[in-house]
Design a protein around this ligand. Sequence first.
Ligand SMILES: Nc1ncnc2c1ncn2[C@@H]1O[C@H](COP(=O)(O)OP(=O)(O)O)[C@@H](O)[C@H]1O
Ligand SMILES: [Mg+2]
Length: 311
Amino acid sequence: MIEIQNLTKTFNGKTVLNGISFEVKEGEIFGYLGPNGAGKTTTMRIILGLLKPTSGNVLGQGQNLGENEELRTKVGVLLENDGLYEQLSAHENLDYYAQLYGISEGVARKRRIGELLDFVGLSDRMAEKVGTYSKGMKQKLRLVRSKIHNPDILFFDEPSSGLDPEAQRMVRDLILRLSKEEKRTVFLNSHDLDEVQRVCTKIAILQDGEIKAYDTVEHLRRRFSKPIVEITFVDNEESKRAVDFISALEYISFCEAENAKVAVTLKGKDTSTLLSTLMGAGIKVEEIKKTSKSLEDVYLDIIHKGREQNE
Ligand SMILES: Nc1ncnc2c1ncn2[C@@H]1O[C@H](COP(=O)(O)OP(=O)(O)O)[C@@H](O)[C@H]1O
Ligand SMILES: [Mg+2]
């Protein structure tokens, strides 16, 4: 649906995007993840034709999205700091945008606005001035405003940023409903891995102008995360003794102690082999369990690796 080809962007000699490529397929909830200042908003603005790339292409349905007016009407957008008319009611706000998008006045427009307000549960408050709304309610209104003209793909730039946890959850639920119930494609910018993990089907991690990872959430977890065995020993002494012993075993690729807890990565052998070896050596194990790295660990690993390379 959208194809980014070798995109670069330089601001006053500073390279923000250094040749990035990826695509967003129809029906995906694509998470564009990266720390603040990574270049997420810049990428989105280029895709939307609001900013010119230094080089590279953005294709939407085979055409240059930035230069195609008709394609742009198929796109819904919620950018950071997008305003609402605080003196107008929710209904009036949507009515104004409906008019901007050329939806002619009358029964159909009224019905459309009614549906949108229902979708976000604001119908009973629609006559109140938006200035009296909570942050979360305003964001819900902005979200449905972005789909007033029935776009195929929605672009959301950090839509839950600055909201309290409950409102964040509402926003996430809405995005999921847009995808599940309405089969819309969503391009979501976020610096919050947890959000992306809950909502998105596919993610790209942007850092230092490059895409560091680009895959489904499940694949990323599998590709980057290693099963880890966590062993708790009776005390720190026992744990120290165990670390020396475990590190010397040929099927251990990683072993690190934190007080009485030791994290171990095995290669080619399973947990029960390790347990019986430890018991055979008379080392007292209090607890042993298998865990795996969360996607958050993976994300932080990627970001930290990038930082170290830069130093
Ligand atoms: N119009 C601009 N002029 C100069 N620098 C900019 C401009 N827009 C963004 N930048 C810089 O580009 C980098 C990426 O910004 P941005 O795309 O907003 O990051 P993100 O959305 O990932 O937080 C930042 O260092 C920012 O200061
Ligand atoms: Mg941004």
